[in-house]
Write a protein that binds this ligand. Structure first.
Ligand SMILES: [Zn+2]
Length: 284
């Protein structure tokens, strides 16, 4: 009987982590910018963690070449040219039936600060620098941004939360690449981007780090006192396992203002500090 009740709670096992605050996770309103590989994986993880309100921004349609790394897309989606955001929202929702998932069929570049400021956390799951920088500039100072990227065996995650931003860490080479995509009047040029190499394995690892950063921030920013112990499902009372419950997160352990790099060929990863650039156009 007791085991049945324990097993009936979808989040019982994560509640057992000392200091875990399921409410802080559940009540976070999240936006996924991009419904591609990282967007699929991030949606999976956020819903499994218990996030109840997620918006998914993407105007693009599913193609068969997405299926090596987009866990929620099907061959049928590709055949009928389903919208990525709609296909992801429809398919991922089964992981958490109490969640509200809203597809937003827009180009990232058309969304303004009012849109991004509605959310508690934004996840940049994009494959191009222009859209990333748009999200970065419009979230800065309002909504913490978790940016992920992959290229073959390599991956990266950077968190922007008031300190240095994505643009602070750009090199002149990045800018030259960026400008190749725009005309001199700033309009997007219509040409086909070369496709980046992409693996499902790297995608999962990078999305895992992104979701983990969200969990730590949601706990660090929560104003609820941390609770210790676990809930006894027979009495619905919390059974303390320790005298002094603590938050498991230490803010300095997060990636805010830092850049995590992963090399899947050598299994090496490293964290680099990104200095806040005084001349940065976003906040300089
Ligand atoms: Zn900056």
């Amino acid at each position: 009987m007791a085991m049945d009740l324990i097993d009936a709670d979808q989040w019982d096992r994560q509640r057992r982590i000392r200091g875990w605050q399921q409410t802080a996770v559940e009540q976070s309103h999240c936006v996924l910018i991009g419904a591609g590989a990282l967007g699929n994986e991030a949606a999976k993880l956020l819903l499994q963690l218990g996030v109840r309100k997620i918006s998914i921004v993407d105007f693009d349609t599913v193609v068969t070449a997405n299926l090596n790394r987009c866990v929620f897309f099907t061959h049928e989606d590709a055949q009928k040219g389903a919208k990525k955001a709609e296909a992801l929202a429809a398919s991922a929702g089964r992981l958490n039936p109490s969640a509200q998932i809203e597809p937003v069929l827009e180009r990232v570049e058309t969304l303004d600060e009012d849109f991004f400021s509605k959310f508690d956390y934004a996840f940049s799951c994009l494959d191009n620098l222009g859209a990333r920088l748009h999200a970065n500039a419009h979230c800065y100072g309002k909504t913490p941004l978790v940016d992920g990227g992959t290229a073959g065996f390599n991956g990266k995650v950077q968190v922007v939360d008031g300190g240095s931003c994505l643009e602070c860490g750009l090199s002149p080479r990045d800018y030259s690449f960026l400008w190749r995509k725009y005309s001199c009047t700033g309009e997007m040029l219509e040409f086909v981007d070369p496709k980046m190499p992409a693996l499902p394995t790297t995608t999962s690892i990078v999305a895992g780090v992104m979701a983990s950063e969200f969990v730590k921030m949601a706990h660090a920013k929560s104003e609820e006192p941390p609770v210790g112990g676990v809930v006894n499902h027979l009495t619905q009372k919390r059974v303390a396992r320790e005298n002094k419950p603590r938050k498991f997160d230490l803010p300095e352990s997060g990636l805010a203002g830092k850049y995590w790099f992963y090399n899947g060929l050598t299994n090496e990863s490293a964290v680099f500090e990104i200095a806040k650039r005084e001349s940065c156009p976003v906040h300089g």
